[in-house]
Design a binder for this molecule. Structure first.
Ligand code: NOJ
Ligand code: CA
Length: 542
């Protein structure tokens, strides 16, 4: 593969503790990924992105990192990691690891040192400590809120406050400190030398904050994503500060030290005009397309998002990405089976009862959406379980919830555990082949039939749909050309050509439409009488 492999890749996201468990402790591990590497090879993915596996107290699913250069003993060892990289590379699969630069775990040696050191000491300068407001300093230094609910500041017994944009256990680093900058450059080199092919940058639009005194309050958007925050606060004090781009320019040079150059994908919930700045030729390679992830099942909305995504990425010489889900959002099989605009948080709080999701419809649409995204020019990110058509597990009982959002919001947001339930591999066993014991989250009844074993060889299964699509996609993916088809693209039907010969049609409406006479490469549902049924996508060869 060339240095530009990432321009048309399928990258599979692994959430390690939910993928495969080899030692029967109920938690997925690195060796489990190696053991199941054949699944990824037969699926036909180009790369895997591993969510954090580093030593961590797991206060935020491993995004609270205590040591950026090791493997959590719960998940294995560095030797296991090296074996995984070798196994993946043996199958021609690249490996991308998660870099979490905005914060560390409270258990990171730096933060422990900071807590033991007095206010104003160099150890505290690696983080963001401030005195409080009010006569006795008992009010937080600003009104900034944690993304997981509650204030973004926590007070220490000595009276100072520290900043954490996420959980209390995730203190934010001070990116104006040269030591912090040097540390991350070294971490990137550490994993690059170990053979990783790229990095996923966690909250890439954070890192720097406007800390000029007095700190500016923000307009708080309850339950909004970063997109809404920025809309309400265009000069936001802690999202998307301009200084962050210097860091990515420096990192790009580090990536270029290696052969082939390492690549990076930004996680940044930003509108396109801001996101594009992270993708300039001397910064990061690509960014997750969250506008696509959030797009409702509506042809007009898709047209707009697709056009905008292609145009804004092309303006900086890169390619778009296509994302339906990840470990932070409700699974698309459920979302697409709910009325457009359903409040997903309220839906989760009702254990998925209000309103009930039409899973069959949702899966039908999710399959069509998969063919849509896999046909578009650029890279596609697939979250583990998407290829099995797994729905969200909305009715996890409160006792098993681990997402910090549940506690931090005073039980008003259930959080993200419902998309992190261990993968069903086989029809039987205490966790359906995930491991020799029940997994850390319970799998719902009925998942045996969604297992890899049950779906393999069934031509109507979602797994075989993905396998076919990924195989066929190789024929046209290198040609980045894309054009709406003048004849068929209309109303509820999306139609576009890829390369010279592939015509893609997606029917988001409720009426069947007549298909042109052409060879069917793959379709998301059976076609009948030369028509494309409702909620179905097809790739044709002309
Ligand atoms: C984004 C990650 O995807 C999410 O899981 C995590 O909670 C936050 N960043 C904080 O690291
Ligand atoms: Ca395990």
């Amino acid at each position: 593969m060339s240095d530009t492999w990432w321009r048309n890749a399928v990258i599979y996201q692994i959430y390690p503790r939910s993928f495969a468990d080899t030692n029967g402790d109920g938690v997925g591990d690195i060796a489990g990924i190696t053991r199941r590497i054949g699944h990824l090879a037969s699926l036909g993915v180009d790369a895997v992105w591993l969510s954090p596996f580093y030593p961590s107290p797991w206060a935020d699913g491993g995004y609270d990192v205590a040591d950026f250069r090791d493997v959590d003993p719960l998940l294995g060892t560095l030797a296991d990691f090296d074996e995984l990289v070798a196994a993946a590379h043996g199958h021609g699969i690249k490996v991308i690891v998660d870099i979490v630069p905005n914060h560390t775990s409270e258990q990171h040696p730096w933060f422990r040192e900071a807590l033991a050191a007095p206010p104003g000491s160099p150890a505290r300068e690696r983080y963001i400590f401030r005195d409080g407001r009010g006569p006795d300093g008992s009010l937080p230094p600003s009104n900034w809120e944690s993304r997981f609910g509650g204030p973004a500041w926590t007070r220490l017994p000595d009276g100072q406050w520290y900043l954490h944009l996420f959980a209390r256990e995730q203190p934010d680093l001070n990116w104006t400190n040269p030591e912090v900058r040097a540390e991350f450059v070294d971490i990137l080199r550490f994993w690059s030398r170990r053979g990783v092919d790229g990095f996923r940058i966690d909250v890439a639009n954070s890192l720097f904050k406007d800390l000029n005194e007095p700190l500016r309050d923000v307009v708080v958007i309850p339950k909004g994503s970063g997109l809404e925050d920025i809309a309400a606060n265009p000069d936001h004090p802690h999202w998307d500060r301009p200084e962050v781009h210097e860091v990515y320019r420096e990192w790009r040079q580090v990536f270029e030290e290696f052969d082939p150059p390492r690549v990076a994908v930004a996680e940044a919930w930003l509108p396109n005009d801001r996101l594009v700045r992270y993708l300039r030729p001397d910064e990061l390679h690509q960014a997750f397309n969250f506008e696509f992830l959030r797009c409702p099942w509506d042809a007009t909305a898709y047209r707009r998002v697709i056009d905008a995504s292609i145009a804004f990425t092309a303006s900086v010489g890169t390619v778009a990405t296509w994302v339906l889900s990840n470990h932070d959002v409700v699974r698309p099989v459920s979302v697409l089976g709910l009325p457009t605009g359903t409040d997903l948080n309220a839906w989760l709080l009702s254990d998925g009862a209000e309103p009930p999701a039409d899973v069959e419809l949702g899966r039908r649409r999710a399959r069509a959406a998969a063919l849509l995204e896999l046909a578009l020019p650029g890279s596609t990110y697939v979250y583990q379980g998407e290829e099995l058509g797994l729905p969200e597990v909305a009715d996890l009982p409160a006792e098993v919830l681990q997402d910090p959002q549940w506690e931090r919001t005073g039980h008003t947001a259930k959080g993200r555990d419902g998309c992190r339930v261990p993968i069903p591999w086989e029809r039987s066993g205490p966790s359906l082949g995930f491991g020799q014991a029940p997994g850390w989250l319970p799998q719902p009844p009925g998942w045996a039939e969604l297992s890899v074993e049950a779906q393999t060889g069934d031509p109507g299964s979602t797994l075989e749909l993905y396998r076919t699509a990924l195989r066929v996609r190789r024929e046209f993916r290198a040609d980045e050309s894309f054009a709406w088809d003048e004849k068929y693209d209309e109303g509820d039907v999306l139609a576009f050509t890829r390369g010279e010969h592939v015509l893609v049609l997606v029917n988001t409406g409720s009426d069947p439409v007549t298909l042109p006479d052409a060879e069917v490469l793959v379709s998301s549902a059976p076609l009948s009488d030369g028509t494309l049924p409702a909620d179905t996508a097809v790739w044709l060869r002309r």
